[in-house]
Design a protein around this ligand. Structure first.
Ligand code: GDP
Length: 469
């Protein structure tokens, strides 16, 4: 789809090819190097390309194909690709990823799973893999921090494969051992994985790219694999209507001075314009509102400095954008956002129905007795519900949002003592709720690792049961 009709003054620096920009999310265990990798890719893009080599969006950074090919050197020939570039989601971690993906929407299209090559699989690596598996998302593994292997001797400007071959025996055998362990762990999860240069088909095999987010070695290789993977995926899987009414997912609901509650949205299809009617997934009912302003970071503002906005009249997928509109207080992270074109009531009702259906798709089976679950986004709520179901822990109520006094009241009504519990995932406890907790016979567990939260709860149940015997 050509972008030639758009206003030449808009900030969009790349001309869309025939496919829409793939959306890339970065996940992995804490401290394994997700942020460093994203910073590295953004930083190198700015250095390599001319001014404007990246476009900052709300919640995402777009790197155009020409810049990717400069960064990847001989590895990426731009004429091989129909993709305009890659849109990297700025918030690393699988919580934002599950927001983007599990609504059944197309987001994010592909993922980079970052694993510290010395540390191997860790709890959040496992969680991330489970989510990737459940959602059928194509991904590549960034085996990060190769520079920390003793004796490692980087070959500047060379593909990582060549670098590996020229290492001292000590360094390469250590590193190889770790890399093979990683490949083994992936196969234990049901994935056939191998060094990326031995993989023919990245759809059914996972490519492992040894790299260092710190020194930049292996980044060209990673970009090459990402481009190859996206090109195939977007060709085979995506049927998007980039000119149609906008469709997106809420990354975050944020109060912004002068605007009130606003939405940070990743638009993955179509167009949104100022003045458009949009339907947004709300806590109780779909919210119908009108776009008052579309905001993007000011060009050349510090990377990730999100406070300086400029207004734009329209935004096309794929992009991150802040939407300011009335009545957004009840909007939920992870909820769908849809533009309604046309004035008729029937079109609006149809979109409202779609939004309701999309929200109903979150499969949380509640029981008559069970625990109260609160999570930061719809995606993480769903992931929590799945983990609890697997552990055979019943749920009385599951909701998105911080822990409020009402949750304490509800938990208090649970029949079994082991159910008078709130499990909070990545949420805060509101001050009133803290007070309520002090006076109630309700236990709160909060964590930002699902598997740990489940384990903490199980340990508590065991303890209670022992005490009661
Ligand atoms: P995140 O929690 O996954 O986002 O991890 P960070 O990107 O914050 O990285 C955690 C720590 O590891 C930081 O101190 C980084 O500087 C360091 N780190 C990340 N990547 C590399 C790497 O490739 N090599 C080395 N030596 N350190 C790294």
């Amino acid at each position: 789809m050509s972008d030639t009709n758009s206003d030449p003054d808009t900030e969009e620096t790349f001309d869309a090819g025939s496919l829409r920009t793939p959306i890339v999310a970065v996940l992995g265990h804490v401290d394994h190097g997700k942020t460093t990798l994203l910073d590295r890719i953004r930083g190198s893009a700015v250095q390599e390309g001319e001014a404007g080599a990246i476009t900052q969006h709300i919640g995402a950074t777009a790197v155009p194909l020409s810049t990717i090919s400069e960064m990847a050197g001989a590895l990426v020939d731009p004429t091989d690709f129909d993709l305009p570039g890659l849109l990297f989601i700025d918030t690393p971690g699988h919580h934002s990823f599950s927001t983007l993906r599990s609504r059944g929407g197309a987001l994010a299209d592909i993922a980079v799973l970052v694993v510290d090559v010395n540390d191997g699989f860790q709890p959040q690596t496992e969680e991330a893999i489970d989510i990737l598996k459940r959602t059928g998302t194509p991904f590549v593994v960034a085996a990060n921090k190769v520079d920390t292997t003793p004796g490692w001797n980087p070959q500047e400007g060379q593909p990582i494969q060549q670098s590996l071959e020229t290492q001292s025996d000590r360094a390469s055998s250590r590193l190889n051992e770790n890399l093979y362990e990683l490949i083994g762990d992936l196969s234990g999860k049901g994935f056939s994985a191998d060094f990326y240069w031995r993989v023919q088909d990245f759809q059914s095999n996972i490519g492992v790219v040894p790299l260092s987010a710190m020194t930049g070695e292996g980044i060209p290789d990673l970009l090459t694999v990402l481009m190859g993977l996206s090109q195939r995926y977007m060709k085979e899987e995506m049927s998007v209507d980039v000119a149609g009414p906008g469709v997106g997912t809420v990354l975050e609901v944020k109060d912004e001075q002068g605007f009130g509650a606003t939405l940070d949205v990743v638009l993955y299809d179509g167009v949104v314009r100022e003045g458009d009617t949009v339907v947004v997934g709300g806590r109780d009912e779909p919210i119908v509102t009108e776009v008052r302003a579309l905001l993007q970071p000011r060009p050349n503002a510090e990377i990730r400095a999100e406070k300086q906005f400029e207004r734009v009249e329209e935004v096309r997928a794929a992009a991150g954008v802040k939407i300011a509109a009335p009545d957004l207080d009840e909007a939920m992270s992870g909820a769908p956002v849809r533009v309604v074109r046309g004035d008729d009531e029937a079109a609006l009702e149809a979109v409202k129905r779609e939004v309701r259906e999309e929200l109903a798709r979150i499969e949380v089976d509640t029981a008559e007795d069970g625990v109260v679950v609160k999570a930061d986004t719809l995606g993480s709520l769903e992931a929590m519900a799945n983990a609890l179901e697997e552990a055979e822990i019943p749920i009385l109520r599951a909701e998105v949002g911080d822990i409020a006094p009402r949750d304490v009241t509800v938990a208090q009504t649970a029949k079994e003592d082991t159910h008078k519990v709130i499990l909070g995932f990545n949420v805060d406890v509101l001050p009133d709720a803290e007070e309520a907790l002090e006076h109630a016979d309700v236990r709160l567990f909060d964590d930002d690792v699902i598997y740990q939260l489940v384990e903490e709860y199980e340990a508590y149940v065991e303890e209670l049961e022992r005490a009661q015997q």
